[in-house]
Design a protein around this ligand. Structure first.
Ligand code: FAD
Ligand code: NA7
Length: 531
């Protein structure tokens, strides 16, 4: 039966973003809100990515919300980093203690969102055949959520099991199996390292070698935990005013200002301490912006690979020669995994996959890699991937695909012209950081703007075209001051064939982003038009 129901606000997504949005709008503003998620439970990323080895590479103490002060004190911190089951449990706890579940409809995908200019309401449709209306919609769809499964000839004929890491089922067994993994990004390195000791044989299909440093995970002392809990106010203040928001001070020292020996010592200390963002941003201030500094970091990691990997041919294949300018990776012993006798590496750039057949993967050299299981660690159609899957239409029926035909844009990462009363959490050109503090920043700001609109009895709010164009240009200009656009990765849309290679993030950091948001609000929401 088709039913139509009206809400003050509809939130799509029940991860970090959607859960907090529900809490703010329902409990602080008294709005009638419903959250939809196609998942069977809360958690977003941490509901879907249950593959072995899944770990946040943000340290535990800052991979959480800052707003639930009691929970910060009660939270169990046992290791420096937090695993997928632990993040999921954390978000389930949040949902339970704030009684969020009654307002979340699971197993329901939003397929349609049309703005009706006569009623000023959004008309929403679901994949379960229901329809709803709402004055406001908040899309917390996730920026790394739409899985990318490459179109490889013959996948449908494969007789073994295959899974994408971002949609991982329960109960996968590895013992005695010949497993292939395609992809060696953050996810690939985690899953490869975790399953290599479990499988009979592991074949890694690598397209691009990666720079990775040790994560440095391990148990933490009671003193470490006490210290964090005592200092949470200070920790969050630092995080929210920093660049990458990972809980450390970014370096202000230029790499080439030190002697070779001193520079090596800084890198070595960072290698021993662990953490990808720490290695890139805590060591020196210019690894992401200066080619010489970047090369120094590359050389250091290349030397480590040569030291760790025993077989020179394998070491050669694992060694990158491009810029160190993707999201920085860290791992729990990735390179050493290739010293195991049951692990082999196929360089699919030199020797591409030609097809998948019933028994495995065939490469251009005509070798048949026989497999019982194939794992796609091939990443995501990042940032706008979940948006373009929905039939979103704003004023005059403008589709989001049309609005974004030159590449996705936004004003401040949260709103688009011609899409009134629609707000995005982690939309295009939002901050590139440890994400929970950025998500919180956006949720709180969006919530204030909704409150202002309602308090003034206004019907709609949306950015001006000039404000959106100006923000896009700002993001482009900032990106061009870094080396990131010169590396091929999901950060610029380069991982998906045919995807617009453009700027998808505001790369000036969380502190600067928060200042921008505050200024816009203090100037009466400058750049927004109200009706
Ligand atoms: P998500 O958690 O992605 O939630 C989005 C939800 O929206 C999903 O549940 C999805 O089902 C739902 N949805 C999407 N479209 C629809 C639709 N049409 N209808 C209904 N529901 C829909 N970030 C860090 O800062 N540090 C890390 O260490 C880190 N590690 C990561 C590791 C992995 C393996 C991955 C994939 C991501 C990682 N991230 C990390 C990024 C992570 O996605 C964010 O930190 C955060 O969890 C995003 O929360 P979110 O609520 O914005 O989106
Ligand atoms: P990434 O970082 O996009 O990595 C995907 C990997 O899959 C990467 O090694 C790709 O090679 C590889 N890939 C993608 N398509 C193919 C095809 N067609 N053939 C062979 N190899 C392919 O995704 P992750 O999930 O690892 O990480 C994304 C973010 O999620 C991460 O930064 C964390 O924030 C969590 P490529 O490098 O493109 O040559």
């Amino acid at each position: 039966m088709i039913t139509t129901k009206n809400f003050d606000a509809i939130v799509v997504g029940a991860g970090f973003g959607g859960l907090y949005m529900l809490k703010k709008l329902r409990d602080e503003q008294g709005l009638k809100v419903r959250v939809f998620d196609k998942a069977g439970g809360v958690g977003g990323t941490w509901y879907w990515n249950r593959y072995p080895g899944a770990l946040s590479d943000t340290e535990t103490c800052v991979y959480c919300y800052s707003w639930d002060k009691e929970l910060l004190q009660e939270m169990e911190i046992t290791t420096r980093y937090i695993t997928q089951p632990q993040v999921l449990k954390y978000l389930e706890t949040v949902a339970d203690r704030h009684e969020l579940r009654p307002d979340i409809q699971f197993n329901t995908g939003i397929t349609q969102a049309h703005f009706n200019e006569a009623t000023n309401l959004w008309e929403m449709g679901t994949d379960t055949g229901e329809s709803y209306t709402a004055k406001f919609i908040v899309t917390a769809l996730g920026l790394l959520s739409a899985t990318n499964i490459p179109k490889i000839k013959g996948l449908e004929t494969f007789q073994g099991e295959w899974h994408h890491t971002g949609s991982w089922p329960q109960g996968v067994q590895f013992e005695g199996k010949r497993v292939g993994v395609i992809g060696t990004g953050s996810t690939g390195t985690q899953v490869i390292t975790a399953i290599a000791p479990l499988v009979e044989h592991l074949t890694v299909f690598q397209r691009s070698p990666q720079y990775s440093v040790p994560v440095g995970n391990g148990p933490v002392s009671q003193e470490y935990v006490d210290n964090i809990k005592k200092n949470y106010e200070k920790i969050w203040e630092q995080v929210k005013n920093s660049v990458v928001a990972f809980g450390f001070e970014e370096s202000t020292v230029s790499a080439m200002s030190l002697s070779d020996e001193a520079r090596q010592a800084v890198f070595q200390k960072a290698w021993e301490n662990g953490g990808g963002f720490r290695f890139m941003f805590e060591t020196f201030c210019d690894i992401a912006t200066d080619e010489q500094a970047n090369k120094a970091a590359q050389d250091f990691i290349r030397a480590k690979i040569a030291e760790i990997v025993k077989d020179p041919e394998t070491a050669g294949k694992l060694t990158p020669h491009d810029l160190y300018a993707k999201r920085p990776l860290c791992d729990s012993g990735y390179y050493a995994i290739f010293n195991r006798p049951n692990v082999s590496l196929v360089d699919v750039k030199a020797n591409p996959i030609t097809e998948i057949n019933p028994t495995g993967v065939k490469t251009a050299d005509r070798v048949e890699h026989e497999l019982d299981m194939l794992i796609f660690a091939t990443g995501f159609d990042a940032v706008d991937g979940n948006y373009t899957k929905i039939d979103i239409r704003g004023r005059k029926g403008l589709t989001i695909q049309d609005h974004w035909k030159a590449g996705p844009t936004s004003y401040l990462g949260v709103a688009n012209v011609n899409y009134p009363n629609m707000f995005m959490v982690l939309g295009p050109n939002g901050p590139f950081t440890n994400l929970p503090p950025s998500i919180e920043t956006q949720v709180e700001w969006i919530s204030d703007l909704i409150q202002e609109t309602n308090a003034k009895n206004l019907k709609t709010v949306e950015p001006t075209p000039e404000a959106e164009a100006c923000w896009t240009k700002t993001c482009q200009d900032i990106a061009n001051m870094t080396l990131f656009p010169k590396a091929e990765s999901w950060i610029f849309g380069a991982n998906i064939p045919g995807k617009t290679n453009t700027v998808y993030f505001y790369l000036a950091g969380l502190g600067a982003y928060r200042q921008q948001l505050t200024e816009v609000r203090n100037q009466g929401y400058q750049g927004f038009q109200f009706q």
